[in-house]
Write a new protein. Sequence first.
Length: 465
Amino acid sequence: MKPGLPTAMERPHFIGIGGAGMSGIAKILAQRGAQVAGSDSRGDSETAEALRAHGATVHGGHAAGNLADDSTCVVVSSAIRADNPELARAAELGIPVVHRSDALAALMDGLRPIAVAGTHGKTTTTSMLAVSLSALGLDPSYAIGGDLDAPGSNAHHGEGDIFVAEADESDRTFHKYTPQVAIILNAELDHHANYASIEEIYESFETFVSKVVPGGTLVVAHGQEGAAEIARRVAGREGLNVVTYGEEPEADVRITKITPRGLTSEVTVVLDGRMLTFTVSVPGRHYAHNAVAALAAGVALGIPAHNLASALGKYTGVKRRLQLKGEAAGVQVIDSYAHHPTEMTADLEAIRGAAGDSRILVVFQPHLFSRTQELGKEMGQALALADASVVLDIYPAREDPLPGVTSELIIAAARAAGADVTAEHDKGAVADVIAGMAKPGDLVLTMGAGDVTDLGPAILARLSN
């Protein structure tokens, strides 16, 4: 089955084409035959090179001249500012501007979409589905917020009729999708620039559920407070099948056992009265739950449970989700994308379970001033799970600084919780700092959603010397 190429996207121009979500859509359009172009602040990135390999034109930097006069649309994300010169040029030329979510929704049209939503775990769960469905020969299309194994591996145009995609709640754009199966992993207060309260979060997720096609299925975590609240609110909705999963006896797909085995886990579930046991190749209870959510979603599309359970064992992780970067001088360096306190706690507990008696050293980079303002205390408390931490300055991403909001909010909370914390304002000095702290057998975790991931190789090189 080959979905058609929307006319408006025959010659799309992406502003910020190197972003995780944008690059995936650009890749799928290129694979469908579109003449893709775009710009990114880093035109020499591995992602840009991967897009060029698919025939895309990628400009480094943003300038009005990057936009071709015959472009059929300009694709933007919520991160693109209104004063972007390419956006201004599009207005002069009368070229339609399309949000990333609308472009993704158009790519799903005519297929059987699985939309994965939740405050945490979207990328991992979407990846698990993409890998396992591919292993079964179903050749799904997918768009993931992170690379599976190589730059540009975050998306694929498949010949099958299933499309797996992350559904991003941060700016409410997941309301654009009409999935056959929706997954809600969890729902917590985050994205404080767009949501003022947990009630707004719940209402937004309710709207997302309302978009599930008649006769479709909602797969929802039974034991997570926010997800369970949404399930209660939509219970009894006509034309909606609700499937719960979790460790509680009342869950439709019940997890009966999670057995840690080093950096993997063995998971046993009961589904429709049958017991299934399979391996998850990443450590931690939360990743086991993500795998069971993927299992329930695939079964809702009619895929045999035992086949899918076996195929889930093919998943070996995604970049930045407890990814082992290497080992030097007897010290392992692992990278984590965790930036919300719940994610930080889950990853640190997972590593603690796999580390045994080894020390855990964390290099944490807070992400966003608004998140730090609202959750800095909880971030600091999470760092108390490590043996020692180095905390960097806040990575601003799309935000401007807020008065009085600095990493000191986290550091003070961490110390109050009994944590051993060092403040480091110079990212370039971190490798030396860690080399002075680490001993053979230690685990070093680089943690955060910003560019802290770049420190892994530097730390390994310094340890090697």
